[in-house]
Design a protein around this ligand. Structure first.
Ligand code: CA
Length: 234
């Protein structure tokens, strides 16, 4: 069960969120101001956070900045006022993963939250998968526990980033993985500015393509969307 922290000063909304999310199967903790939220974040482990930006004591934006320093990979969905375009941009820049504008639809909140939590879990999908493009080519096998990948009987030598990229592509084979998803899976590595990682992505895609050249699998560049692992088509 995922542990969620709901940070919202509006009592009615907070109670509503907690009740609905608990009903949806989440374990829910609530905080009514930034200070209480910070204490909770320092003392308990959460899988995801719903954060209202307009908060007493410590603002949502400030809290988000502090959270990001300590917990770079924690999924955070921010709630912003309807006309708060600046808030939204600032919030995303400060490291929020997604946002919803008030008033929002509870079903949409649950869908977005679910997607965030799934994405956060992806790099450690925790299983073993095999992808075969045809009988003539060796299958690609990945084992998240080790973590290690093989092409047929041959182990692939992968850096940590290549591994993160490959496991994302494999778990989404046939579907598009966005650049953001990849960068997010890399985010846990300290000391690397986002822009550098973004440029590096092309390099890693290129390297991974070369390592998969005998697999019959291809990493397709889907313009404007991201990358997709697929079987070669002629
Ligand atoms: Ca508020």
């Amino acid at each position: 069960m995922s542990n969620l922290l709901i940070i919202e000063d509006d009592e009615l909304l907070r109670d509503g969120l907690c009740a609905q999310l608990a009903q949806a199967g989440y374990s829910v903790t609530a905080a009514a101001d930034g200070e209480a939220a910070q204490t909770l974040l320092e003392t308990q482990r959460f899988d995801g956070v719903v954060l209202d930006l307009g908060l007493p004591k410590i603002s949502g934006m400030e809290l988000l900045r502090r959270v990001r320093k300590r917990l770079p990979a924690l999924p955070v969905l921010i709630l912003t006022a309807r006309d708060g375009v600046n808030d939204r941009v600032q919030g995303l820049n400060a490291g929020a993963d997604d946002y919803l504008t008030k008033p929002f639809d509870m079903a949409e909140l649950q869908a977005r939250l679910g997607a965030l939590l799934r994405r956060a879990r992806l790099p450690a999908f925790g299983g073993s998968l095999e992808l075969a493009s045809s009988h003539s080519e060796p299958p690609l096998r990945v084992d998240a526990h080790l973590p290690q990948a093989w092409l047929g009987d041959e182990a692939l030598e992968l850096t940590q980033r290549e591994w993160a990229l490959l496991s994302l592509l494999v778990t989404h084979a046939g579907r598009v993985v966005s650049r953001e998803d990849v960068l997010e899976s890399w985010q846990s590595e300290p000391g690397e500015p986002g822009a550098l990682a973004s440029n590096a992505l092309e390099v890693y895609i290129h390297r991974l393509r070369r390592k998969l050249v005998d697999s019959g699998l291809n990493i397709r560049n889907v313009r404007g969307l991201g990358y997709m692992l697929e079987t070669h088509s002629d």
